[in-house]
Design a protein around this ligand. Structure first.
Ligand code: UDX
Length: 461
C-alpha cells in the first residue's frame, strides 16, 4: 500500500514535469550511455522522446515507457557504411540537419502545456544540433560520452597541432606530451593521419558546439577525474554535471544492438573464482588476421582460462572465425569459451572474472572500474589510448600493451596481472575505486548531488 502511494505520488510529480528530446550518436558506445541517461531522467520524472536514425537504434520493446521518433530513412539515402568513423560522423552532421530540424519542429508544435519540451539532449559529436536548437530557440544540453581526460586532449588539439605533436613521423613515439601528462605522443589520436582533415574539423566543431550548449553532462564521477575537472570547468564556463557511472543506475543490456550470448555466464559459472581472463574489443575496433593469430596463440600459451568475444567483423576481411588455422582452435577451445557478443556487465561482475583485456572504450573502462577488474589495455583509436594511459599511469589498475598485439608481450602481461603480486596490487587499487563509485552514487555523494543539480537545472529552463 505504502509503495502504491509512493508510486502514485511519483506519477503525480511526473505530471508536473515535461519532456526531454534525446538524440544519441548511432554507435553502440554512444547509444548505451544516452539510453541509460534517458532512464535516469525518466526515473526523475521527465517524459522521454528518443530521436534516432533508421540504422543502429535500440530495441524499442525494451523501452515501452519512451516515445521513439525516427529520422526518415530516405533522408539518409546514400549514407556511406564503408568510410572511417570520423568521416561518417562528419557526414552524419550534414545529412541530419534538415530531417532533425523538421522532426523537432513538429514535436514542438504538437506539444501541450502539461507535457512541454524542456530541452534537447544530444551527443556532443552531433554538433549540428547547435544550429537546430538556435533556430528553434530550444535549450540544448550536450552529453559527452568519453572521459573528461580524453575530452581535455581534444580541447588541447589546436595547441598540440601547433607544437608539432600531430605531425610526428614516428606515430609510435614514446616522447611525453608535457601539456597533457602522463600521455605520450603515441597516445594522441592518430586518426588525423588516416582520415585527413576530418578529425581536426570534427573536434573543432564539437568544441564550438559544446561551448555554446546550456550545460554539459559527463558519464564519469568527480573522484576519478579530479585532475582535469577544474581545467574543463574553467574553459567551458557553463554548468557541468558529472553524474556517472550511468550503467550503475541502468544496465547496458537493454540497449545492446547485438544479441548477448548468455552461455558466457553459464560457462563462467563453472569456473573457479578469479580464474578467467575476459577479452573484448568493443563494437568498432578491428584487427587483422596476423593480430588475431597472435591473440589466439597468446591465449592458448598463457595457460589461463579465458572468455573471448570475437565480434563478427572484428577480424578484417573475415566473417567470423574462419581464419583459425588447424590445431589452434583446438588449443584455444581447451581453455576458453568464444562468443560473438557477451552480456559484458554481467561478465565483469562475475566472481570468476579476474582480468579484462580491453580496447579501453570509455564504457568498457568504466564498467571494469565499477566491478574492480584490472585491465590489460590494447587501445586502438580516438579516446582509447588516453583511457589506457590513465588506467596504467594514473589509476595504476592495469597495464598497456605498448607494442601492439605480440604474443610474448601479451603472455607476459597476462602473467603480471593474473598471477604476480603486481596484479594483486592492481586489484586492490581497483577495489578502492569500486568503493569510491558506490560512495559517489549514495545520498550526499558527488554524482548523487550532481544529478539533483541537473534535475533542478532542467526545471529552470
Ligand atoms: C566507442 C569507442 O570505441 C569508444 O572508445 C568510445 O569511448 C565510445 O564509443 P566501443 O568501441 O563500442 O565505443 O567501446 P565501449 O565504449 O567500451 O562500449 C562498448 C559497449 O558495448 C559497452 O557498454 C559494453 O558493455 C558493450 N558490450 C561490449 C557488450 O554488451 N557486449 C560485448 O560483448 C562487448
Amino acid at each position: 500500500m505504502e509503495k502504491q502511494e509512493a508510486n502514485s505520488k511519483l506519477l503525480q510529480a511526473r505530471k508536473m514535469y515535461g519532456r526531454l528530446l534525446l538524440f544519441p550518436l548511432p554507435a553502440q558506445g554512444h547509444i548505451n550511455p544516452m539510453l541509460q541517461l534517458a532512464n535516469i531522467l525518466y526515473s526523475k520524472g521527465f517524459n522521454i522522446t528518443i530521436i534516432h536514425t533508421s540504422f543502429n537504434f535500440p530495441n524499442k520493446s525494451n523501452y515501452p515507457h519512451f516515445t521513439f521518433e525516427a529520422i526518415p530513412e530516405e533522408s539518409l539515402t546514400g549514407f556511406p557504411t564503408r568510410q572511417g568513423s570520423v568521416t561518417k560522423i562528419v557526414l552524419l552532421n550534414k545529412v541530419c540537419f534538415d530531417p532533425f530540424r523538421d522532426c523537432v519542429k513538429r514535436l514542438l508544435s504538437n506539444s501541450s502545456a502539461d507535457d512541454r519540451i524542456f530541452c534537447l539532449i544530444t551527443d556532443a559529436l552531433l554538433y549540428f544540433t547547435k544550429d537546430v536548437a538556435d533556430l528553434l530557440k530550444l535549450p540544448r544540453i550536450v552529453l559527452r560520452t568519453s572521459s573528461l581526460s580524453a575530452f581535455h586532449v581534444y580541447y588541447l588539439y589546436p595547441i598540440l597541432l601547433q607544437k608539432g605533436y600531430l605531425s610526428v613521423k614516428d606515430s609510435n613515439s614514446e616522447a611525453p606530451v608535457s601539456e597533457a601528462e602522463p600521455l605520450k605522443v603515441k597516445d594522441i589520436p592518430q586518426t588525423y593521419q588516416i582520415e585527413g582533415e576530418d578529425l581536426g574539423m570534427m573536434i573543432a566543431e564539437m568544441m564550438t558546439g559544446t561551448k555554446a550548449a546550456s550545460a554539459i553532462l559527463w558519464n564519469t564521477f568527480e573522484e576519478l577525474e579530479q585532475s582535469v575537472l577544474p581545467t574543463i570547468q574553467q574553459n567551458f564556463p557553463i554548468p557541468s554535471f558529472t553524474i556517472g557511472p550511468f550503467h550503475k543506475y541502468f544496465t547496458a543490456s537493454a540497449s545492446s544492438l547485438l544479441e548477448q550470448d548468455k552461455t558466457a555466464i553459464s560457462w563462467l559459472d563453472m569456473q573457479a573464482p578469479l580464474s578467467v581472463l575476459y577479452v573484448s574489443f568493443g563494437s568498432l575496433a578491428a584487427i587483422d588476421k596476423t593480430e588475431f593469430f597472435e591473440m589466439a596463440w597468446a591465449l592458448a600459451n598463457s595457460k589461463q582460462k579465458f572468455l573471448w568475444v570475437v565480434r563478427p567483423g572484428v577480424i578484417r576481411g573475415s566473417e567470423w572465425l574462419e581464419p583459425f588455422p588447424d590445431g589452434l582452435q583446438e588449443a584455444v577451445s581447451e581453455r576458453g569459451h568464444i562468443v560473438k557478443w557477451a552480456p559484458q556487465q554481467e561478465v565483469l561482475a562475475h566472481p570468476a572474472t579476474a582480468c579484462f583485456w580491453s580496447h579501453c572504450g570509455w564504457n568498457s573502462t568504466l564498467e571494469s572500474i565499477c566491478e574492480g577488474v584490472p585491465i590489460i589495455c590494447s587501445p586502438s583509436f580516438g579516446d582509447q589510448p588516453t583511457n589506457a594511459r590513465y588506467v596504467e599511469a594514473v589509476w595504476k589498475v592495469g597495464l598497456v600493451l605498448e607494442n601492439g598485439i605480440k604474443r610474448e608481450e601479451i603472455e607476459r602481461a597476462i602473467r603480471r596481472v593474473m598471477i604476480d603480486q603486481e596484479g594483486k596490487e592492481m586489484r586492490m587499487r581497483m577495489s578502492c575505486l569500486k568503493k569510491k563509485v558506490n560512495l559517489c552514487l549514495m545520498e550526499g555523494g558527488s554524482s548523487y548531488k550532481s544529478l539533483e543539480g541537473l534535475v533542478n537545472f532542467i526545471l529552470s529552463l
